[in-house]
Design a protein around this ligand. Structure first.
Ligand SMILES: [Zn+2]
Length: 360
């Protein structure tokens, strides 16, 4: 049921304000959280002052040997900052630092050089273009410098809403992966556990696995599968989630869809996101031929990962629309709209206000 008086409620959704992680409405469970922001330290001397400053910035300090760093970055992705003690910059560390800067050109590197730091180590650090050099014994300067160089929390927050586990990944998985790669914060809201399509416990586990792979926050509600069109308070629930997540971009089902749950979610979301600058509608396997996209997002670099992501939904493996060749062929088909790309995801534009950030 739609909120009878939606204009009476406020949904501050300009993409500013506190990051996701806030209070959720009753019945919505934070089933997966995005990865913690970490800082990597190479230190020979005591790292207490640096770890204290990093913790004050909300980062998890991780003390690594330089030779372990490449393995860490491959497994965990880019940290928010790399803090290197100049005296730890031997030849092996210099090689790793050069490789790291080449592979992660946006990564901030802060060098610690106390009064007794070797001139050679300091020169080596400067030659590799560290962002800042700071005295580790000056706690105030250390905190101020790290505050300046640590990557800011994501400025763009994206909310993708689906009726059932796998809807969002099928409709806009490649696009969400591009948002992730651009450093945007991605939240998935799924409104049922899809119990009509398989055991809820399996579907929940799969949804958590897919969100974790995407580095996304997953919010799960357990509303009645196939009866969302009869669900009282659906709009209110989505409004409350929007007020917490404060997205600047939203993805949702199209109304040109044969599934009553998908249409109900579309109707609720377009009301609940009336102040969100950008709202786009994705295609589902049950979309009608009337689905009329006018925005096409290139997913050449994320399509393989999307296919892998859909493979997480093993309980749905008999569904033809999850077959890798159909997923790939669908993306290939939509790329006909843009001859310079190979694969695309299509979207109807519900709102593109022009006030939103420059995204993908
Ligand atoms: Zn669905």
């Amino acid at each position: 049921m739609l909120d009878p008086n939606p204009s009476s409620r406020t949904t501050p959704s300009d993409g500013s304000g506190p990051a996701p992680g806030g209070l959720l409405p009753p019945g919505v469970d934070r089933a997966a959280t995005p990865p913690q922001r970490v800082a990597v330290l190479w230190c020979r001397r005591s790292a207490d002052a640096a770890t204290e400053a990093l913790a004050a910035l909300g980062l998890i300090p991780l003390l690594l040997d330089p030779t372990e760093t490449t393995q860490f970055l491959d497994a965990m992705g880019e940290p928010s900052v790399l803090v290197v003690d100049c005296d730890a910059l031997d030849d092996a560390a210099m090689e790793v630092l050069a490789q790291t800067r080449s592979a992660h050109p946006r990564l901030s590197v802060c060098a610690l050089a106390g009064a007794e730091a070797s001139r050679d180590g300091l020169l080596r650090a400067l030659r590799l273009g560290v962002s800042e050099v700071v005295d580790p014994d000056d706690a105030e300067q250390l905190l101020a410098t790290l505050t300046k160089v640590v990557q800011a929390p994501p400025a763009v927050r994206v909310l993708a809403v689906g009726a059932h586990p796998d809807d969002v990944e099928i409709g806009c998985g490649g696009t969400l992966l591009r948002h992730r790669d651009a450093g945007h914060a991605v939240t998935v809201l799924t409104l049922t556990l899809g119990a009509q399509g398989g055991p809820a416990v399996d579907r929940r586990r799969e949804a958590v696995g897919a969100a974790t792979r995407m580095g996304a926050e997953l919010l799960l509600a357990d509303l009645t599968d196939t009866r969302l069109d009869e669900e009282v308070g659906l709009t209110r629930l989505v409004e409350d989630v929007v007020a917490t997540v404060r997205p600047s971009v939203v993805y949702v089902h199209s109304t040109a869809d044969q599934h009553q749950d998908h249409r109900a979610v579309h109707d609720a979301v377009v009301v609940a996101t009336r102040r969100v600058p950008e709202v786009y509608c994705y295609q589902s396997p049950s979309s009608r031929v009337g689905f009329s996209p006018t925005r096409f997002v290139r997913v050449d670099d994320t399509l393989d990962e999307k296919v892998d992501l859909l493979g997480v939904y093993r309980s749905q493996s008999a569904r033809h629309y999850l077959e890798p060749d159909l997923v790939t062929a669908t993306a290939r088909y939509w790329a006909r709209q843009l001859p310079h790309i190979r694969h695309a995801e299509p979207f109807e534009v519900h709102r593109a206000s022009g006030d939103g950030p420059d995204l993908l």
